[in-house]
Design a protein around this ligand. Structure first.
Ligand SMILES: Cc1cc2nc3c(=O)[nH]c(=O)nc-3n(C[C@H](O)[C@H](O)[C@H](O)COP(=O)(O)OP(=O)(O)OC[C@H]3O[C@@H](n4cnc5c(N)ncnc54)[C@H](O)[C@@H]3O)c2cc1C
Length: 372
């Protein structure tokens, strides 16, 4: 295949997932010349997300255009205590969307292309250097071209952050998930969540119905002292028969990955380089939901770069820093969960008014209004 000649861009984004797509589409809307580098040859491969979209993102962002056949509504949470007593939590009009995630990612790639973004698949970012020695000289990416701004939307182990000596994510959850294509849960309208300190220290297990099958996962707080992967088979043995996962069914695919849980990295921006999404640590430390926040922050960065270049608007680096949620309360909750998680309050109090109150705030964002 002949090499693509180098080109001039306003913005090069590394990573074609949620944060990168939002950033690229927002900038392209202003007429910027945008290139996205994605190391995978197919954006739907090697996923490391369950892909559940919260209502706020489903209604108030570009994701409200996702074709109906790629999503499925889940309108309640069924929360299981360690002793498997359980309770349904529901708030009027609130819902989550589970997704056919591989095809959602391919749809996002098509949306980028439709907006004029030059999406280069199978193209890992490795390095960039200043064309001149000044802080405002353009970046040169060998084999790609030149750009005024570079955005790292390349996930929790960001190569962009490493290359430019920016803040790295240091606190993680480790999540692992089985997919069962074609399977239907006994209660498909619910997101099933399992509290269990032994199997999921610092987080939970979950099962959910998506448009093409079932996802069943488990995550724990990642620590140097905790070896191995989440024991998803032990959780399956415990709960599979209750929710409708047969013992002898082989998973059709496995997803796994690290989830930042310590709040935004510092520094998140340097002159001409900005991190966003997981690369910037912008994930709720409590729920581990990162799609909505990645989308919001990525979009803000794309718009800020465009406004700066078009109209001399404020510094995109400063806007990126300011727009990053600090998660102060959620970081405190994360600390408490890491240091004082106990099973007995769930066994004893599940379904009680205080427990419901707390759970609704975590799952349905009732008091925070989103990603605070
Ligand atoms: C098991 C698991 C389940 C999760 N479930 C949910 C959920 O249900 N709902 C939710 O809201 N959040 C969930 N999260 C968190 C959520 O998936 C992330 O916060 C979100 O995907 C962040 O998007 P992002 O674009 O910042 O990064 P990522 O989705 O990590 O994407 C980074 C992209 O950059 C590419 N890339 C990496 N390095 C390079 C390079 N050097 N050159 C070019 N490309 C590169 C990668 O291939 C990838 O496409 C989950 C996370 C995990 C691990």
């Amino acid at each position: 295949m002949a090499a693509v000649p180098e080109r001039d861009y306003d913005l090069v984004v590394v990573g074609a997932s949620f944060a990168g797509a939002a950033c690229a589409i927002a900038a392209a809307q202003y007429g910027l010349r945008v290139c996205v580098l994605e190391r995978k040859r197919d954006p739907g491969l090697k996923l490391h997300t369950t892909g559940i979209i919260v209502k706020e993102a489903a209604e108030r962002t570009w994701l409200n255009r996702v074709p109906a056949h790629l999503v499925r509504k889940v309108d309640r949470v069924r929360l299981y205590a360690p002793n498997l007593r359980n309770v349904a939590l529901q708030v009027p009009d609130y819902y989550f969307l589970t997704t056919d995630t591989p095809n959602l990612m391919r749809w996002l790639a098509d949306e980028m292309r439709d907006q004029g973004v030059d999406l280069r698949l199978a193209q890992p970012f490795t390095q960039a250097s200043r064309e001149t020695s000044t802080q405002r000289g353009r970046w040169h990416l060998p084999g790609i071209g030149r750009t005024h701004w570079l955005v790292g939307a390349d996930g929790a182990k960001s190569r962009v952050a490493q290359r430019f000596g920016m803040g790295g994510v240091r606190h993680f959850l480790y999540g692992m998930e089985y997919e069962f294509a074609g399977l239907e849960l006994r209660e498909p309208e619910a997101l099933h969540c399992f509290v269990n300190k032994a199997l999921a220290p610092g987080y939970i297990g979950w099962a959910t119905q998506n448009p093409t099958g079932v996802q069943f996962g488990l995550a724990f707080r990642h620590r140097a002292s905790r070896k191995g992967t989440p024991d998803i088979d032990a959780l399956r043995a415990l709960v599979g028969h209750r929710i409708g996962i047969p013992d002898d069914l082989t998973p059709s695919a496995i997803r796994a990955g690290l989830i930042p849980c310590g709040g935004p990295v510092a520094p998140l921006a340097r002159p001409g380089v900005i991190l966003t999404g997981d690369a910037a640590g912008i994930v709720s430390p409590v729920t581990a939901g990162g799609i909505h926040s990645a989308w919001q922050h990525g979009w803000t960065v794309g718009e800020a770069v465009a406004r700066h270049l078009r109209d001399g608007g404020p510094s995109p680096e400063r806007i990126a820093e300011r727009a990053a949620p600090r998660y102060r309360i959620k970081r405190a909750l994360r600390w408490a969960f890491d240091h004082a998680q106990m099973d007995w309050p769930f066994d004893l109090m599940l379904g009680s008014a205080p427990m419901r109150w707390a759970a609704e705030r975590v799952y349905f964002h009732r008091s925070s209004g989103g990603t605070a």
